[in-house]
Design a protein around this ligand. Structure first.
Ligand SMILES: [Zn+2]
Length: 239
């Protein structure tokens, strides 16, 4: 099975992710927008350049808009110019794109293809196979689980979404914490010989919700498994 990770937005705490991934011999793809409405402590262009020589970098628009709610001209510019921007910094071809907030439709997907990308990542969870390179799903989000840390009607969403998508594949007894669930989900993929497992997240979120310890324990658990290939996201396109 292939094991890959991806990390969005280009916060300075991505350095901590890079160190962790290197410690466990793993690969990551970092999707970085030029600007971001919420993420202000950003990697510099010099840091992105260096990052691209250790890990993989992907484009994530210029200003991180919901591409389905801006004009087609704006959407095309956001997508095309982010590829040019990333390539000018890294001096490498930028093959991968990531839709901000996971928002896309058929028009946005076609634009992404036309702009010369080879694939695009979404935020569709609990998937272990690739059907469409321009709707590349993920397996797991590092985010508070089983409940959202907010008191509104979306409080139960992580739990109910996982149950709806996974059915009885993961026993309820493993829904007690993110780490317990993450290990069970990984075991499920590993034991059923799925093509890949794809973990994604945001370093600023991991910090905000104090999940670094859970992340490291999970990576250490995965690193102990045999017959895993640690690859960047682009390897999934060839799998
Ligand atoms: Zn983002």
């Amino acid at each position: 099975m292939l094991f890959t990770t991806s990390w969005d937005d280009g916060h300075v705490l991505d350095h901590k992710l890079i160190d962790l991934l290197k410690k466990y011999g793993m690969k990551g793809t970092f999707y970085i927008s030029k600007e971001h409405e919420l993420v202000h402590e950003r990697l510099s262009e010099r840091e992105i350049h260096d990052l691209a020589h250790e890990m993989e970098c992907g484009a994530h628009t210029l200003t991180h808009p919901d591409l389905t709610s801006v004009t087609p001209d704006n959407a095309r510019k956001e997508i095309a110019d982010s590829k040019v921007w990333m390539e000018s910094i890294t001096q490498k071809t930028c093959d991968l794109f990531c839709y901000p907030r996971g928002r896309f439709n058929d028009v946005i997907k076609s634009m992404t293809k036309e702009c010369g990308f080879r694939g695009a990542r979404t935020t569709e969870l609990y998937r272990f196979t690739l059907q469409d390179p321009f709707a590349m799903p993920v397996s797991l989000h590092i985010y508070p689980f089983p409940f959202r840390p907010i008191a509104n009607r979306r409080f139960y969403e992580p739990f109910s979404m996982a149950r709806a998508k996974l059915g009885s594949a993961i026993p309820l007894s493993r829904y007690t914490s993110w780490l317990s669930f993450a290990k069970a989900l990984f075991d499920h993929a590993y034991q059923t010989n799925q093509p890949f497992f794809h973990l994604f997240g945001h370093s600023w979120e991991i910090e905000k919700f104090r999940m670094w310890d859970h992340l490291e324990k999970f990576l250490s658990y995965v690193a102990s498994k045999k017959d895993l290939q640690h690859v960047p996201n682009s390897s999934l396109l060839r799998s």
